[in-house]
Write a protein that binds this ligand. Structure first.
Ligand SMILES: Nc1ncnc2c1ncn2[C@@H]1O[C@H](COP(=O)(O)OP(=O)(O)OP(=O)(O)O)[C@@H](O)[C@H]1O
Ligand SMILES: [Mg+2]
Length: 252
């Protein structure tokens, strides 16, 4: 068997989850690998949330149960923003097929709340929009073994840690929770303007299975989508021209 055929048979073994964008699925050998976590990375306004809207809509249309975790308290305004682009999420929210859940970063129990929600439901698609403030929440330890935030750590002597290994453990824990059971996750990540990094925390890009970069070329007034990595997938690294229109993301 030559190398090309080996790749094809390998890719066939992976169950693929459609992204909601047919052209993107085509570039990803059919979609995201099931049970994976993909970082949707980009500067403000680059279309990260809109990418997640496509992903959720695709799930709803296939009768899947979807969870949209947001660090934005104004859930109504997210649903309204989606609605303006033609994504009508209210009926699914009312039916209980889609849940928007506010991740309150002031609480120390964010790991547990997200984990309980996923454990107690049959979600197949999870979105975390965005990982950046979650990754930046102060991490606390109490005792040698425990990495918080947890309820328990409230009751014991606390020590904030900002070290790379602690942030890494915290981010890895969150990402592991998101791909539990049959879930396949999209996680948005803010990249500061002009940065060469793929996330503001500079760690999550190493822990995820895939990275899709939403790029803005301000001088040329153009948008590009780049698949930077995807586990178990042979893909091009070539930038693809996209546009955001009244109906969401379009490949040009
Ligand atoms: N109807 C529309 N037609 C064309 N472009 C639009 C339309 N609606 C929104 N956009 C574009 O989409 C952008 C918002 O996309 P989105 O909210 O997905 O970005 P984001 O990467 O999630 O931003 P943030 O980092 O601020 O959360 C707007 O800044 C605008 O450029
Ligand atoms: Mg957004």
């Amino acid at each position: 068997m030559n190398n090309f055929n080996k790749n094809i048979s390998f890719e066939k073994e992976v169950t693929r989850v459609h992204t909601g964008l047919e052209e993107l699925d085509g570039l990803l050998a059919g979609g995201l690998p099931q049970n994976s976590v993909t970082l949707i990375s980009g500067t403000p306004g680059s279309g990260k949330s809109i990418m997640c809207f496509h992903y959720v809509l695709e799930g709803l249309q296939s009768s899947e149960k979807c969870l949209y975790l947001t660090s934005d308290e104004r859930i109504d305004s997210i649903v309204k923003q989606a609605n303006e682009l033609g994504f009508d999420f209210w009926p699914a929210v009312e039916k209980g097929q889609l849940k928007f859940m506010y991740v309150d970063l002031d609480k120390r129990s964010i790991h547990k709340e997200i984990e309980d929600e996923i454990d107690n439901n049959d979600y197949t698609r999870v979105v975390l929009d965005s990982l950046t403030p979650v990754a930046e929440v102060p991490v606390w330890v109490s005792g040698v073994h425990e990495i918080a935030p947890t309820e328990h750590s409230k009751m014991t002597k606390e020590m904030p840690l900002g070290s790379v290994p602690t942030t890494r453990t915290h981010v890895r824990h969150i990402l592991n929770i998101l791909s539990k059971k049959n879930c396949t996750a999209m996680v948005t990540s803010e990249v500061p303007e002009g940065s060469r990094s793929l996330s503001r925390d500079t760690i999550s890009e190493f822990l995820v299975d895939g990275i899709i970069l939403m790029d803005l070329d301000m001088t040329m007034d153009r948008r590009k989508l780049i698949i930077r990595k995807m586990r178990a997938t042979k893909h091009t690294l070539k930038p693809h021209d996209i546009a955001i229109t009244a109906g969401g993301i379009q490949f040009l």
